[in-house]
Design a protein around this ligand. Structure first.
Ligand code: C5P
Length: 317
């Protein structure tokens, strides 16, 4: 029997622009995705029977086929049936630290870890791009979670071009435990309200993506200019999520008024709000101030920082 332990980092969106819709029901996006130190730990064990089992220490996380980690293992079993028969099944244990249904790609990064872990467990020798391609069939954020670091993502979010690494910027994250935003709802509502502004011509879509590539936030990332990155944070989904969730809007305002906060934004489809700050000390001070200002048992806060890596192997037995 063999086993692997992996670290699966969460992500935040430094930039999310919705530029069009697609025949497959998804949206054409230009995003800048950033891995952060807040991470789940995933253990994978080979087991005798040809089955997939998932365990998780978080009561809200399902352990059946609705869990993306389960579906990642199932995908590997279908794609590589001989290896599945040879090495047997797999038992997956998820130790959750990333808030659930938060806009932080918690489910996607668990799935990415399962792809990377099973590749090792079954000696498949897949390349990173093969793993990313498998990941894309599970969810739009899974390829980025395999790669990690800082990247521009286009298409439905699965086409990645790496950007220079940012690993010195501290972040404070806040999420109401009881609040969940459906990603499908956020995109559908955006389409209903702003679909008339979508670009529908392929050349213009490419031109818009290219404009972001050469735009202000990307330049700020190349310059490693934290204050400028913070000024250029953007997320189109705030236009539908903030009006519908006053608590998130309030959180966003409280963050914006804190000393030491360089910029604040909602991540993905929310409801997590994050702020970029200059130092660890400032991040701790912001966390304390927000805890006092909002004083709710339901609010969870984290101090974390940007990281350069995606899925990492921490041990193998
Ligand atoms: O790809 P993923 O399963 O994470 O997406 C969740 C939902 O978000 C999709 O079902 C779709 O409604 C919406 N979505 C979208 N366009 C994207 C990514 C996600 O409309 N590029």
């Amino acid at each position: 029997m063999r086993s692997y332990t992996l670290i699966a980092p969460a992500k935040i969106n430094l930039y999310l622009e919705i530029i069009g819709d697609r025949a497959d029901g998804y949206h054409e996006l230009v995003m800048i995705l950033q891995s952060i130190d807040l991470a789940d730990q995933i253990e994978l064990h080979s087991i005798d029977s040809e089955t997939i089992r998932v365990h998780c220490d978080h009561p809200q996380v399902p352990t059946d086929k609705s869990n993306l980690a389960y579906r990642a293992a199932e995908l590997m079993a279908t794609q590589f049936p001989e290896a599945f028969r040879k090495y047997g099944g797999v038992e997956i244990t998820v130790n959750k630290h990333i808030p659930v249904a938060a806009g932080l790609a918690g489910g996607s990064t668990n799935a990415a870890a399962v792809l990377v872990g099973i590749d090792l467990l079954w000696n498949l020798g897949l390349t990173q791009s093969e793993l990313e391609e498998l990941g894309a069939s599970l969810g739009s954020d899974v390829p980025f979670c395999v790669a990690g670091g800082t990247a521009i993502a286009t298409g439905r979010g699965e086409q990645l071009s790496p950007l220079p690494s940012l690993d010195t910027i501290y972040i404070v994250l806040a999420k109401y435990r009881s609040l969940e935003v459906s990603t499908a709802w956020a995109y559908k509502t955006y389409r209903q309200q702003f679909g008339n502004t979508y670009i529908r011509n392929t050349e213009d879509l490419a031109a818009r993506a290219a404009a972001v590539h050469s735009g202000g936030i990307v330049k700020a990332i190349f310059d490693k200019d934290t204050a400028e990155i913070a000024q250029k944070l953007h997320n189109d989904l705030e236009r539908v999520v903030l009006p519908a969730y006053p608590q998130v809007l309030h959180l966003r305002e409280v963050f914006a008024n804190q000393a030491g906060v360089l910029g604040t934004m909602m991540s993905g489809s929310g409801p997590t709000v994050f702020a970029l700050v200059e130092s660890f000390q400032q991040a701790e001070a912001v966390k304390l101030n927000i805890t006092e200002a909002i004083s709710s048992e339901d609010l969870e806060l984290f101090v974390t920082r940007m990281t350069t890596h995606g899925i990492q192997i921490v041990s193998s037995v």
